[in-house]
Design a protein around this ligand. Structure first.
Ligand code: C2E
Ligand code: MG
Ligand code: MG
Length: 609
């Protein structure tokens, strides 16, 4: 842009120079008449070319002003920029035409100073006035021609900056606001919150930061599509804004996460009141494309000054509390506690290590036998994943690392490894002549969200030359209830091919028995919590009894988990449970310990063919 002005300026200045030489005809006379005529012609041609050039520049507005600043030249681009036609502009003083009132006196003085003292007006960004009264941002460059003559002409060369200004504004908006909800983004919120914290310090008051994360938003997005997901977010943003007081802050900090800041609130009671208003607002259904949709969100709260001094720390701690709330299930609420943060750091380190567990061969499958209650024969082996990090002597409990793997997505490579290893091991045992025991693997809900998990399982069986009866799967009831129809179709196919499908931890999930008949399952594994006190607590005993009874009525095989003591063993015998799994018989053991066990038990070793 600057070089364009420089060139135009030089051109206009050269033209002014030519004007001088034309006027100083004394010098030309000595050149002779033909020479003068030639110079005049060249000058006229040059001026014509220049005029044509100025007229043809659509975005460069050029105006010429005489000694009294009256318009003597007005190109088409000036009409486009300022709204006056050339005919309307001609003869009008510059200051009455496009100069805002507040600049008028300065302009007249500067123009005079240029003509009288040669002090040029420097190029600058200005806001001039359109015929409609609107302001027009321009970059204006000025050239004085014939400066030292009786008829100096000032040319103004203006370039419209509206597009750049708009682009700047858009960029500024994009860097500080979220385009979908028009709420401030995380950076903008941090700035606002830091300012608010300074006010809090002066006024000696507290504030509360609420971190809100929509539960299972990615599933909502997958099910309804991004467009409806966006509608939901916009509606939620409007609703949340409606819950705020004028001084409170709100931001969309990432796709499905919002942060709300309640100023002047440090007391738990007040915070609970505000949070419950937000919870209430969330509970009302959203109308998306004419259909009512309900959502839940996990909430975390941090309070100033107890949980941090700066914006970043308070937001992070509210997020830590929210992550903690997520562990409690859908729609949870947690206030920040220091140990949550330490726990999170510990978990993050574990996830980093877990990422390398497969490569470093730190994983192993243990197998826990299931024993027939009638014959005490080992019927099945449940494959249970074990992980011993390279820098540790002990196993990390699966209850600790499996949920982490699920949240971080690592469950997919881990699950694949389990599938592959269980099939490989079962094929090896089959080849060694152990033909009668089945191996069961656990599949988590997150694994089934991947469309091809079950087809990969079938492919894995085939790759290892196994029959569908050789390896079964265990799923929890919630996984079945939440399963997409595509997953249920795959399960039905597996069921009809003869794969054993067990409901794991039965009794701890939805526990609605009516759903059982809708799902393709072959066994129930009653959770060990019902086993613990069943010999002494009539309530637990009744649940156990009912589960075994209903399981049998539905033609399912029933397995009692966590059988540790003789009286439990005796009880499940009386209740005609089919299989028992627990420390009373066998703890989970390494693959190497399985063949001697199978040989010792009644499982006959069939000669390998
Ligand atoms: P689960 O599938 O219900 O597995 C049974 C758990 O109960 C095992 O814990 C087993 O060691 C334990 N157990 C068995 N008998 C007794 C007993 O008599 N008393 C007591 N107190 N516990 C007993 P483990 O191996 O720690 O596994 C815990 C959970 O981790 C499993 O529960 C399963 O949900 C998950 N898990 C383990 N391996 C895998 C895997 O490969 N994939 C997935 N997705 N989850 C797995
Ligand atoms: Mg299991
Ligand atoms: Mg279980």
């Amino acid at each position: 842009m600057a070089s364009l002005f420089a060139r135009l300026g030089r051109w206009l200045a050269r033209l002014a120079g030519q004007g001088h030489s034309c006027k100083g005809q004394n010098r030309a006379v000595s050149v002779g008449f033909d020479g003068v005529e030639l110079v005049r012609q060249q000058y006229q041609e040059s001026e014509e070319r220049f005029r044509r050039l100025l007229e043809s520049l659509p975005r460069v507005a050029v105006q010429g002003y005489d000694r009294q600043r009256r318009v003597i030249y007005w190109n088409q681009a000036s009409t486009t920029l300022y709204g006056y036609s050339a005919a309307e502009a001609m003869g009008q003083p510059l200051e009455d035409l496009i100069i805002p009132a507040e600049m008028r006196d300065d302009l007249i003085a500067s123009h005079r100073a240029w003509m009288e003292h040669g002090r040029s007006i420097p190029p600058s960004e200005l806001e001039l006035v359109h015929l409609s009264g609107e302001r027009v941002p321009v970059f204006s460059h000025h050239v004085m021609l014939g400066e030292h003559t009786d008829s100096p002409v000032m040319f103004c060369v203006d370039v419209d900056l509206s597009d750049q200004k708009r682009a700047h504004r858009d960029l500024d908006f994009a860097t500080r606001f979220d385009a979908l909800t028009c709420l401030p983004n995380r950076q903008a919120l941090e700035g606002q919150l830091n300012e608010a914290l300074e006010t809090c310090l002066v006024r000696k008051v507290g504030l509360a930061v609420l971190y809100l994360d929509i539960d299972r938003f990615s599933e909502i997005n997958d099910a309804l599509g991004y467009e409806q997901g966006d509608q939901l977010l916009s509606q939620l943003a409007r609703r949340l804004r409606g819950e705020l007081r004028l001084t409170d802050l709100i931001s969309r900090v990432s796709s499905d996460e919002f942060v709300l800041v309640f100023l002047d609130t440090g007391q738990c009671g007040e915070v609970y009141h505000l949070v419950s208003k937000v919870q209430y607002a969330m509970r009302q259904p959203f109308m998306i494309n004419g259909v009512e949709r309900s959502i839940t969100a996990s909430l975390g709260v941090s309070i100033f000054p107890e949980h941090g001094n700066g914006a970043r720390e308070l937001i992070r701690n509210a997020n830590v509390a929210k992550n903690r709330a997520k562990l409690d299930g859908l729609g949870g609420l947690q206030f920040f506690q220091r140990h949550h943060h330490d726990e999170l750091v510990h978990q993050q380190r574990l996830v980093e290590k877990l990422e390398q567990a497969i490569e470093r061969q730190e994983l192993e499958l243990y197998f826990q036998p299931q024993v027939s209650v009638a014959s005490q024969r080992v019927e099945n082996l449940e494959a249970l994943l074990r992980w011993k990090p390279h820098d540790s002597d002990v196993f990390v409990p699966p209850d600790e690392f499996i949920p982490l793997a699920e949240r971080s997505g690592l469950i997919h490579p881990l699950g694949e490894w389990v599938m592959e290893e269980a099939c490989r091991q079962q094929a090896a045992w089959r080849a060694a002549g152990f033909r009668e025991t089945r191996v069961d693997i656990n599949l988590s809900g997150r694994q089934l969200l991947r469309a091809n998990t079950l087809t990969r399982f079938e492919a894995c069986l085939e790759r290892h030359g196994l029959a569908p009866q050789d390896v079964g799967i265990e799923l929890t009831e919630n996984v079945l209830i939440d399963a997409a129809s595509r997953v249920l179709e795959d399960l039905r196919r597996l069921y009809h091919r003869g794969v054993r499908i067990a409901i794991d931890d039965f009794g701890t999930g939805y526990s609605s028995l009516s759903y059982l008949k809708h799902f393709p399952v072959t066994s129930l594994k009653i959770d060990r919590t019902f086993m613990q006190d069943s010999p002494i607590r009539p309530a637990d005993r009744s649940i156990l009894e009912a589960a075994i009874f209903i399981g049998h009525r539905m033609g399912l095989e029933v397995v009692a988990e966590g059988v540790e003591y003789q009286d439990q063993w005796r009880l499940i015998g009386q209740l005609h449970c089919d299989l028992a799994q627990g420390y009373y018989f066998h703890r989970p053991m390494s693959a190497a310990d399985i063949p001697p066990l199978l040989e010792r038990h009644t499982n006959r070793r069939v000669a390998a063919s």
